[in-house]
Design a protein around this ligand. Structure first.
Ligand SMILES: Nc1ncnc2c1ncn2[C@@H]1O[C@H](COP(=O)(O)OP(=O)(O)O)[C@@H](O)[C@H]1O
Ligand SMILES: [Mg+2]
Length: 453
């Protein structure tokens, strides 16, 4: 094959250069020149003229139903929005050793029972993949394995294939570019090539992507733009629970999360997730509070644990895990200013149990409750839950899905729930099953929880 021409383009300003340069001559940015191919302009005959699309009114457009295939793992289907969409590109990112290859081997094995599946392993040898499949007791003798790092050789192997796994995008390369595998240009070009194959031959690609130290997917942001679905597989390595989150999904809700457990037999979906974000000993020690958190279509009770300890020197530390740093700083300021709790000389550590990330404002009130509990050294009853958004004035604001949250607390056997006063209308129907306490200010909540006696 004739080698395509390449050029170097600045990722910041788009300046073009025939050679690689350390500093862009146009905008002065360092290390921003990325290699890309120059597509040859082929002369097209009249019959090959591209079809020109015409604008049509909305009512004329027929609804195209996505053909969804179950992956064999219910939680994975949920995160995808109800199954694998044919011809889609799914990127799976995650830390090394989190279980990306394991999860995709399991899915590929399940799919290979009825469909033609190709597993392209660029990082491991075929025997390593086979060993993993045997260790996991997978029945997948029909699954095709390919140990290939050059993406240009892939096309011949794709005849009749419906699902293809690429493990990983950083380990494959295309001969069109001279840069090494894993470089920004290579990753982008390979992803673009795979997308062309996916769309033209209706093959579904599952692509493994590595994450950088900072936790973002390694490679250019365009990688995420090209994909239909971008999933992150995360969890503490030493803990067995894994959480699959969608950060982008053209075929479903991104707030949906899947909960998995890593077992000896591979990754299994956790369907009874109700207690996994709660500790056994909650309610015994001060500093923990439970909040019903809404993630996608499901609501689950999550425990927030805090530790407040005297600063030994210098500035007090603020250390949130699973919640936003700035959010914590604001809530501490509200507690100091509106409720008279003084965290000035104390380090504050906050952790959302089970490695889940809470980014909705409705957990504000529970963070405040946990902090106040640690501050007063008074535990909160284990059957009490709290939710609500906290404003800078110390007022508790209404949140969405109030009814669902209270229902989850009822289901989990909670006895008391503190809800924003403005949400009372939708919570009141559960008043016979659970004690529903309206709170208008953070202060009211603190009085209710710690100053009743
Ligand atoms: N031979 C083995 N026996 C038991 N567990 C293993 C074995 N090999 C790998 N694992 C477990 O499987 C996990 C996931 O591995 P893998 O799917 O290769 O991760 P990734 O592809 O995300 O880097 C590892 O963290 C390890 O705990
Ligand atoms: Mg792997």
């Amino acid at each position: 094959m004739a080698k395509l021409n390449t050029r170097f383009v600045c990722a910041e300003c788009g300046a073009v250069s025939p050679r690689w340069l350390g500093k862009c001559p146009s905008c002065g940015t360092f290390n921003s020149m990325i290699e890309e191919t120059v597509a040859p302009t082929e002369k097209k005959s009249a019959s090959e003229k591209p079809v020109v699309s015409r604008a049509r009114p909305l009512f004329e457009i027929t609804y195209e139903k996505f053909d969804r295939t179950p992956s064999g793992i219910s939680e994975f289907d949920n995160v995808l929005g109800g199954g694998i969409v044919a011809g889609s590109m799914v990127l799976l990112g995650g830390d090394p050793g989190i279980g990306k290859s394991t999860l995709l081997t399991q899915i590929a094995a399940y799919l290979s029972e009825s469909r033609k599946v190709l597993y392209v392993s660029a990082e491991e040898s075929c025997s390593q993949v086979k060993m993993r499949a045997q260790r996991l007791n997978l029945k997948c003798s029909d699954m095709l394995l390919l140990n290939e790092t050059c993406i240009d050789n892939l096309e011949n192997e794709l005849d009749g294939v419906e699902f293809c796994v690429i493990d990983s995008i950083q380990a494959v390369y295309t001969e069109d570019l001279s840069s090494s595998a894993g470089s920004v240009g290579q990753v982008r070009e390979c992803a673009a090539k795979l997308m062309r194959i996916a769309k033209s031959r209706n093959i579904t690609f599952f692509i493994v992507g590595h994450v950088t130290k900072e936790g973002a997917l390694a490679g250019p942001k365009v990688l995420e733009h090209i994909m239909d679905t971008v999933l992150y597989f995360e969890g503490e390595n030493q803990e067995n629970f894994r959480i699959l989150r969608a950060v982008k999904n053209r075929f479903g809700n991104v707030a949906e999360v899947g909960v998995f457990e890593m077992t000896e037999n591979g990754i299994i979906a956790v369907t009874d997730y109700s207690g996994i974000f709660l500790s056994e000993s909650r309610g015994e020690e001060p500093g923990s509070a439970v909040t019903p958190a809404q993630t996608g279509a499901r609501c689950m009770n999550v425990e927030i644990q805090t530790l407040v300890s005297k600063t030994s020197f210098g500035l007090p530390r603020r250390m949130p895990l699973g919640i936003d740093y700035n959010r914590l700083a604001v809530l501490i300021a509200v507690l100091e200013k509106r409720c008279g709790l003084n965290f000035g000389g104390y380090d504050v550590y906050v952790n959302a149990m089970g490695g889940i990330k809470l980014n909705e404002p409705s957990c504000d009130l529970a963070i405040c409750a946990a902090l106040a509990s640690a501050y007063y050294s008074k535990p909160i009853d284990r059957y009490t839950a709290v939710f609500g958004e906290v404003g800078l004035t110390g007022e508790v604001r209404a949140v969405s899905y109030c009814e669902k949250r209270v229902a989850e607390c009822v289901k989990m056997g909670f006895k008391k729930v503190l809800v924003p006063a403005k949400n009372m209308k939708s919570a009141v129907k559960y008043a016979d099953k659970i004690s529903v306490v309206p709170v208008l200010y953070v202060n009211t909540m603190i009085k209710n929880l710690f100053k009743d006696e």
